[in-house]
Design a protein around this ligand. Sequence first.
Ligand code: PMP
Length: 292
Amino acid sequence: MSPQVLRDPLANWNGELMPLSEVKVSVLDRAFLFGDAIYEVIRIYNGCPFLFEDHVSRLGRNLEKISLPANAVAIGERTRETIAASDVVEGIVYIQVTRGVAPRTHQYPVPAPQPNELIYVADFEDPYANTRKQGVSVIVLNDMRWKRCDIKSVNLLANCMAAQAASEADCAEALFVDGNGRLTEGSRSSLFGVRNGTILTAPLEENILPGITRKLLMQLAKECHFPMREEGLHLNKLSEIDELFLTGTTTEILPITLVDQQKIGTGTVGPVASKLDEAYKKTVNHLANSVG
Ligand code: PMP
C-alpha cells in the first residue's frame, strides 16, 4: 500500500503558526546532534485531543526526567491553540521539545539554551481499519534498546530498526524480548495478554514506556470486570496465553493472532480484546462528543 498524500500539517514552531514544511531548525540543535529531546503523540478524534491531560502530564514528567527547562502546561495550551487553528478532524498532534541550539558538548550547556518547541497537527487515518477485526501477525526481536525506555526520547533508531524488520516480514509490529525471556513491549505499542481470563501486562519499570493507552486499557478492564495483573509475559510460555493484543495512541487496541508464525490461542481475535475494543470506542465517542 502506498502512503497517501496528505496536506501540509499546521505547525506551531516556538509559538509561531506556520506550515510544517516551512519550519527550519539549526544543525546545532541538540535533537539533531544527540537526540536530546522528548516527544508526545496525541490522537485527535472529531477535532478533540484524546486523553489530553494524561499526555501533557507525561510530557511534564519527561521534561523533568531529562532536566529540560520547559513548561508542559504552557506547551499544552499552545497545543490546544494549534489544534483549534487547524481544521483537522481525524488526526494526531505531535509535540517535540529539544534542549535547543548550543555548541556541541555532551553535557548539558550552561547557561541552558532556549528549548526548541515543535507542535504540529496532521490528518491521520487508522492504518489498521481493515485488519483490526482479523488481528495481525508480529515478530519477536531482542530488546536492543537502552535501559531507560520509560523516557519518551526521540532516540528511536532501535525502534525504527525493529519496525522495519517487522515490515519486511509482512508483520504489523515487532515485540521486544529481554535477556530473561520476558516480552517487554512493541516497537511503538504496549503489550497485553490474557491467561485464563486474567489480563496481564508488564509492570511499569524503566524498560517500558508508561503508555497512556495502557493506562486507559487498565481502567476499561476494571469497568468490564476483567481481572488484571501487572505481570510480564514470557516468550516460552506463550502457549498458555489465550489472547494477545497491543495498545497505543495510534495503534488503539490491536489483536495479535500470530507471533513468529505461531498461533496465539485459537488464532482468531478473542472475546476479551473484542470487548475492550468496544469499550475503547465508546470512550472515544463519549469524549469526542462531550467536549465542545
Ligand atoms: N511503547 C512504545 C515504545 C511506544 O512508542 C508507544 C507509542 N508512543 C507505546 C508504548 C504506547 O504508548 P501510548 O499509549 O502512550 O501511545
